[in-house]
Design a protein around this ligand. Structure first.
Ligand SMILES: Nc1ncnc2c1ncn2[C@@H]1O[C@H](COP(=O)(O)OP(=O)(O)OP(=O)(O)O)[C@@H](O)[C@H]1O
Ligand SMILES: Nc1nc2c(c(=O)[nH]1)N=C(CO)CN2
Length: 163
C-alpha cells in the first residue's frame, strides 16, 4: 500500500478548473478529496488569493518518488511555469505525506516541511481525515491549534465550489 496526501493550490487563471484538472487526473486512485477553500496568500503576500484543497490517494504500485512524478505531471498539464518562489501559479501540487516515509532528499522532502505551519493544508486535510498525523510532528489537529487565529481565519470554505 502507498497512501499519499497531496495539497493542491491555484491563484492564476481559472483556479477552480485547475484544481479540477488535478483531481480528475487522480480519479483512478482517489480515496478522498476535501472541499475547496479560499485562502489568503502566505509567503509572498502581495498576490491574489489562492484556492486550496487536499486529497488522499492510494496506489500500491506508486512509491513516494512516483507520487512526486504524478504531482509534477499534473503541474505541467496546467502549464505551470517556475518563476518566483512562493509566487503566483496556475497549479501547485505538493506531496504532504506518503505513509510514514521520512525523506531529507531536497528533491522530495517528507513530510513536506511547510505542513506544520500551513493552515491552508491542515484545515482541508482535517476535513477529510480528522485523525491525520504528520510523521515526526504529531497530530495535525494539535499543529492547527498551535497556529494563530489570524492564520486559521484566512482559510474559508467555498461551499459553492466542488471537486
Ligand atoms: N514534498 C514535496 N512535494 C513537492 N515538491 C517537493 C517536495 N519536497 C521537495 N520538493 C521539491 O520542491 C521543488 C520546488 O517546488 P515548488 O516550486 O512547488 O515550491 P513552492 O511551491 O514554491 O514552495 P513550497 O514547496 O514551500 O510550497 C521541486 O523541484 C520539488 O522537487
Ligand atoms: N494561501 C496560499 N498561499 C500560498 C500557497 C498556497 O497554496 N496557498 N502556495 C504558495 C507556494 O507554494 C505560496 N503561498
Amino acid at each position: 500500500m502507498s497512501r499519499a496526501v497531496l495539497s493542491l493550490g491555484s491563484n492564476l487563471g481559472d483556479r477552480h478548473a485547475y484544481l479540477r484538472l488535478a483531481v480528475d487526473g487522480l480519479r483512478d486512485c482517489l480515496v478522498a478529496v476535501s472541499g475547496v477553500y479560499e485562502t489568503e496568500a502566505w509567503g509572498v503576500r502581495d498576490q491574489p488569493d489562492f484556492l486550496n484543497a487536499v486529497c488522499i490517494v492510494d496506489d500500491p504500485a506508486v512509491d513516494h518518488r512516483g507520487w512526486l512524478r504524478r504531482a509534477q505531471e499534473l503541474e505541467q498539464a496546467a502549464h505551470r511555469r517556475r518563476e518566483q518562489r512562493w509566487g503566483p501559479r496556475t497549479l501547485d501540487v505538493d506531496v504532504v505525506t506518503v505513509d510514514d516515509v521520512r525523506s531529507d532528499d531536497p528533491e522530495l522532502l517528507l513530510p513536506h516541511p511547510g505542513t506544520s505551519q500551513r493552515a491552508t493544508v491542515l484545515i482541508p486535510w482535517l476535513e477529510i481525515d480528522p485523525a491525520a498525523e504528520v510523521p515526526g510532528h504529531g497530530q495535525a489537529a494539535d499543529l492547527l491549534s498551535a497556529l494563530s487565529e489570524a492564520d486559521r481565519a484566512g482559510v474559508r470554505l467555498r461551499a459553492d465550489l466542488v471537486l
